[in-house]
Write a protein of this length. Structure first.
Length: 290
């Protein structure tokens, strides 16, 4: 995100690091601290930022407790506005120091940084909006960079690839489940009727979803023997359905992990994109040859 121009190379028993010199512009030096983690000041900034995020989330959680809000409401509100002002300054500095400001503002972390400060300001117009500040927890994902856990991102790529390749199967599975819900809901509405609480097909479909997922709230239940028999059948189907998406994702995850290992850690998504590109070129050459 940030590329300093006035630089010097530092090597202390590890990989080379490029840092701005002392006579570099202030924008470069501040940007290096904010967007990198290869210097003591940069790591200190990231650690302080993480503790600030945790403190702000804790303040929002405690503020939602009625007893604490009555006794310490003003203190918690002051803490909340303090962290909001702090994160607002930080967001402004990121925009100021980013070489490509629009790219940062439209990136995942840029959007999260903006959303982490908006709820407090919106609470001035919409009371209670400050509870949305828990979105700041997404900023904790920066811990991967600070603690040098980047190797786990390769594992996340494997997981995302497994989910992507499982999408057609899971889509068919969800459509089948919705069909079962519709049929069972309509059947229960016909069997039980409004006199037993099943006043409409949508309400009966809600009962079917609750029963099929084995949640069983108990706010509505069949009273007739035929209705109870159908309910038992839906419960058994629910137990069988739970295992299907787990098996689909597990198989695709194993395949993606095997491919990632065989390719020496190359991102699986990149391999698939390259394969699609090669197939497209082959089709184009065959078409030209005709």
């Amino acid at each position: 995100m940030f590329k300093p121009t006035a630089r010097r190379t530092v090597e202390r028993g590890g990989p080379k690091r490029v840092v701005p010199t002392e006579d570099a512009p202030l924008r470069e030096r501040v940007g290096h601290i904010i967007f990198t983690h290869d210097t003591r000041l940069a790591r200190l900034f990231d650690v302080v930022l993480l503790w600030a995020i945790l403190g702000s989330i804790l303040a929002v959680i405690l503020e939602s407790v009625p007893g604490l809000r009555q006794r310490h409401g003003m203190l918690l509100l002051t803490i909340e506005w303090f962290f909001t002002a702090l994160f607002s300054v930080e967001y402004g500095l990121r925009l100021w120091t980013a070489r490509r400001r629009l790219r940062y503002a439209r990136s995942f972390f840029g959007i999260v940084d903006l959303l982490s400060i908006l709820p407090t300001y919106l609470s001035l117009l919409f009371p209670g909006a400050q509870s949305l500040l828990v979105i700041r927890s997404l900023r904790l994902l920066r811990v991967f960079r600070i603690l040098k856990l980047g190797r786990f991102f390769s594992e996340s790529r494997v997981l995302m690839e497994a989910l992507r390749t499982s999408r057609p199967k899971i889509t068919v599975f969800l459509m089948s489940v919705l069909t079962v819900v519709l049929i069972m809901g309509a059947a229960m509405y016909f069997i039980e009727g409004p006199e037993n609480g099943f006043t409409s097909i949508p309400l009966s479909m809600y009962w079917a979803i609750v029963t099929l997922t084995t949640v069983g709230y108990g706010d509505i239940s069949p009273q007739t023997p035929w209705g109870q028999a159908l309910s038992s059948l839906v419960m058994l189907i629910g137990y069988a359905i739970i295992a299907i998406p787990t098996g689909i994702v597990s198989v695709e995850l194993a395949r993606a992990d095997e491919t990632d290992t065989r390719m020496g850690g190359i991102p699986v998504a990149r391999i698939h994109r390259h394969a699609k590109h090669v197939r497209r070129l082959r089709r184009r050459h065959r078409h030209i040859g005709r």
